[in-house]
Structure formats: structure tokens, C-alpha cells
Design a binder for this molecule. Structure first.
Ligand code: SF4
Length: 475
């Protein structure tokens, strides 16, 4: 997927001015955020579960090589195949190879954020294969040809009228407005796809190393259909999705589902243990597990930023974040929006391309408070801000512009030398005089224009404070 994070300021300003999008974003707060608060309050040992979940994830991340190898061994023992992809291109190539080998014409998909990273739908289309999203939200945004807006509610920004138009275009027939009718129509269209598709592609909420199983959480049952109806199933996961045991899975599911939707348990939890074995009647003939790196190694290598790999993609930090709730999901310009996106996008896709994202936070701490694995997102954002200010970016990148670095060098020199500071103040004051009115500047020229984008700037006094202090008899 193309990274458009450099457009954050422009796109977030557009969303902030759009009343329809603002109404949808408020629904996230009133629905999912308040639901999560109620679910946590109704769980006696909620804090204990969070501590346990965090410990499970830290233990796995610290021993990632061991658990990934164990997972591979167990999946193969179950009759599946495992492929480790270093980047999105390698992962796509493998999936295309499986599709070609099985003469696939149509692929049904259940929700997978990693497949969004890979731009898998575009790759299928280029290969002449028809991808069909089966999660209702994903189906809507596929019809709209848009990326997801939220980690668990991809079409939350769409109004009922917009959805009605999209479904009518797909189904033909009379226009429907009632959400129940719209859902029924989508269900009828998707039923046929489930029946005929040759291959299913799913994401992975958790992969259990000790048993070689993958677990999927859905509310529509589409995940179960995608993983069992077609004759080939390909599951795609980021390498941080592995956990050690089934017992750990029960803890992780409890914190994931409550944090994501406020439910105690989702309608469906599907556990897949490889391809169909005799005498089983359901399930695919082939099972492939694609484990994707795609920049996660950059996080893993950094002793502080690797904490972001604890993320279980529940979306709670998005719903709690006052910036996400104004800027909206598309402003972040890549697959992962909100506070977690502001941390992982710059590291996974390049700090220069996403240099505004770590600053898209008030550092209020709401994200850390709601995170089921207590990721210290504000500290990670501060760390990235510091990297950017210091000019530390990915190899080959300079994150701060030359002018900015030069300005700070001049400023440092002035702060260390009183006479230079005084002279600099007089020069700046004289330079500001023609563009100021009654002692204030409305607009500073670049590279200082950011200072005046939302407030006026006072003209620097021509006589410095020390001179005035002395003239009034100060020491
Ligand atoms: S950072 Fe925490 S709250 Fe945000 S999506 Fe990940 S697990 Fe959920």
C-alpha cells in the first residue's frame, strides 16, 4: 500500500472541517470507547489480565526466534506449509504463486491488516484474480476503493446513505436504506462467493506456537467460512502475532475482545489447525501460513521501540485519542492510524515519509491508559520526536531540513554569547519591522511560517530587556 503519511496535515485539516466524518468519529467514542470502559469495569480481574497479557507478549517478543521456529515446526507437523517473507513483495509473490498453482480465479478474504500492508488486493487484480472482502466493513471499503479507516471498524466513516449507494451499485435493484436490509443484501452477495471461491485468505489474531494453530476473532462468521469453505487457505500474519500456548490464548482473547468491541466474547472465535485430515469433512486441502517481517525487525532491533510489538491491534488507543478523533483514519496515510500508527508507521515505512505522525499527539496519556498491554505510547512518541529533531532517521534519510538545523546552530551560538544575542535581536527586530503591524506579525516567511499558522507572533523588541533594565537604574 502506498504510504501517504506526508499528507497528514492537509488530510487531517480536511477531516476536521467535515461534519459527516466528525459525527462518525464521535460514534467511535460513544460506542466502542464507552463499551470498552464498561467491559473493563465489569471484569473483576481486569488489571490482573492486563499485567498477564503484557507479560505474555514481552516474553514472546524477547524469545521471538524460538517461538517462530516452534510455530513453524508445529504447523508443518499439522500438514501445513510455512513461508517467512522479509517484505511485502516477497509475501505477495508467495501468495500469487499458491494462487497460480491452484488455478484460482476468485479469492475470498477475511480481515487482514498485513494484507493491506502488502497491497494484496491490487496484486490479485493485476494477476487477473478477483479478490472479495467478506468482512462487512472491509466489503464496503472495497466497493468504495478506499483503505480502512480504523483497525477494527474499517468503514466507520461511511454514512448510511453512502453505504446504501455502494451496495445498490454492487447488487442492482431498488435502493435500500434500512441497515438490516443492506446487511441482508451484502450477505446474499457474499454467500455466492463463499460457495464458489477456490482460495481463502485470512489474517491471524494470534498464532499458538505449541500447537501450530491460528486463532481468528470475528462477529460475522466470515472468518470461519474463509478458512473452511475453499480448497486452499492462506493465513497471513505479522511475525509479532505468535504467542506460546493455548493457555496464553485464553488471556489474550479476553483482553483483545473487551478492548476492541466491549464484548465479553466475540460471536466467533475460530481456531485453525492446518488442512483437513481424514476423516474430517470440512476444511481446506492446503494450508499455508505466511509470516511477514516488512519492517518489524526495525522495531525489534530497538530496545525501546520494540515495545510497540506488544500491540494486539485492538484499536482502543484510536478511540481514546483526541487527535485521531479529529484527524480521522485516512489522514495517517498508511494501514495503521492513531497513536499506535504514529509510532509504527515511521519506523516500518521510513521516518522521513511519516515525520509529522509522532507530533500528532497531545501526549495526554489516554492511549496508554486504555491499552490492554499498557504500551507506553506517549514515551515512544517522544522518543521518535527526539530522533527526528536530532536528524536520526532511517539509513539514507535526513529527517530535519537543512534550514532547521542551521537555525538551531545560530540560536545555540546566540544563547552562548550575550553580545551576539543582543545583536541578533536588533537585526531580527529591524527585519520584522516592515512586515509587522502594531507590534504583531500575522505571517512569518518560511521556514518560520509554522509559528504563525494558528497565532500571531509579537515583533521582537528593538531595545533588549537588559538595556531597558539598566536605563531604569537596574544593576
Ligand atoms: S497500542 Fe494498545 S490500545 Fe492501541 S491497538 Fe495496540 S494493543 Fe490496542
Amino acid at each position: 500500500m502506498r504510504v501517504r503519511s506526508a499528507e497528514f496535515k492537509k488530510r487531517s485539516a480536511e477531516t476536521a472541517r467535515d461534519p459527516r466524518r466528525q459525527a462518525a468519529l464521535q460514534m467511535l467514542y460513544d460506542g466502542l470507547h464507552k463499551g470498552r470502559i464498561a467491559a473493563a469495569a465489569a471484569t473483576d480481574n481486569w488489571e490482573e489480565l492486563r499485567v498477564k497479557g503484557r507479560a505474555i507478549k514481552w516474553h514472546t517478543i524477547r524469545n521471538l526466534d524460538y517461538y517462530l521456529e516452534l510455530l513453524e515446526e508445529r504447523v508443518v507437523a499439522n500438514g501445513g506449509k510455512v513461508y517467512f517473507a522479509n517484505d511485502d513483495a516477497e509475501a505477495s509473490e508467495y501468495v500469487m504463486g499458491v494462487a497460480r498453482a491452484n488455478d484460482v480465479k476468485t479469492v475470498i478474504k477475511s480481515k487482514s491488516m498485513v494484507s493491506e500492508e502488502m497491497g494484496l488486493n491490487e496484486a490479485f487484480e493485476e494477476a487477473g484474480i478477483r479478490p472479495v472482502e467478506t468482512d462487512l466493513g472491509e466489503y464496503i471499503i472495497q466497493l468504495a476503493n478506499e483503505p480502512p479507516y480504523h483497525l477494527i471498524a474499517p468503514a466507520i466513516h461511511k454514512t448510511r446513505e453512502e453505504i446504501s449507494d455502494l451496495i445498490q451499485q454492487a447488487a442492482g435493484g431498488p435502493r435500500e436504506e434500512d441497515p438490516k436490509d443492506l446487511t441482508k443484501t451484502a450477505r446474499r452477495l457474499l454467500r455466492e462467493e463463499f460457495r464458489t471461491a477456490e482460495m481463502g485468505v485470512s489474517g491471524v489474531n494470534f498464532a499458538v506456537a505449541e500447537t501450530g494453530s491460528i486463532a481468528l476473532v470475528t462477529n460475522e462468521g466470515n472468518g470461519r467460512m474463509v478458512t473452511s469453505a475453499p480448497r486452499v487457505h492462506v493465513a497471513i500474519m505479522g511475525m509479532e502475532k505468535v504467542i506460546p500456548s493455548m493457555q496464553d490464548l485464553s488471556t489474550m482473547l479476553r483482553i483483545l475482545i473487551r478492548s476492541a468491541t466491549g464484548q465479553r466474547i466475540s460471536s466467533y472465535v475460530t481456531i485453525v489447525n492446518g488442512p483437513r485430515k481424514a476423516p474430517e469433512e470440512d476444511g481446506p486441502d492446503e494450508f499455508h501460513l505466511v509470516i511477514v517481517n516488512n519492517g518489524r525487525e526495525n522495531l525489534l532491533k530497538d530496545p525501546q521501540l520494540r515495545e510497540a510489538l506488544l500491540c494486539i491491534r485492538c484499536g482502543a488507543c484510536l478511540n481514546a485519542c483526541p487527535v485521531y478523533r479529529k484527524a480521522g483514519g485516512h489522514a495517517y496515510g498508511w494501514v495503521y492510524p492513531g497513536p499506535i500508527g504514529a509510532v509504527i508507521t515511521p519506523v516500518m515505512s521510513g521516518k522521513k515519509r511519516a515525520k509529522d505522525l509522532p507530533f500528532a499527539s497531545t501526549l495526554c496519556g489516554a492511549c496508554r491508559e486504555v491499552c490492554p498491554v499498557s504500551i507506553d505510547l506517549p514515551t515512544l512518541l517522544l522518543r521518535l520526536r527526539s530522533d527526528l529533531a536530532e536528524g536520526k532517521a532511517a539509513p539514507g534519510e535526513r529527517s530535519s531540513v537543512l534550514m532547521e538545523r542551521l537555525s538551531f546552530k545560530i540560536w545555540r551560538f546566540g544563547m552562548l554569547h550575550a553580545s551576539a544575542f543582543g545583536l541578533g535581536g536588533r537585526i531580527a527586530s529591524a527585519g520584522m519591522w516592515p512586515i509587522s503591524r502594531r507590534g504583531w506579525l500575522r505571517r512569518l516567511p518560511p521556514p518560520f511560517s509554522g509559528w504563525t499558522s494558528s497565532r500571531d507572533f509579537p515583533r521582537i523588541a528593538f531595545r533588549p530587556f537588559r538595556a531597558r533594565f539598566r536605563s531604569r537604574g537596574g544593576g
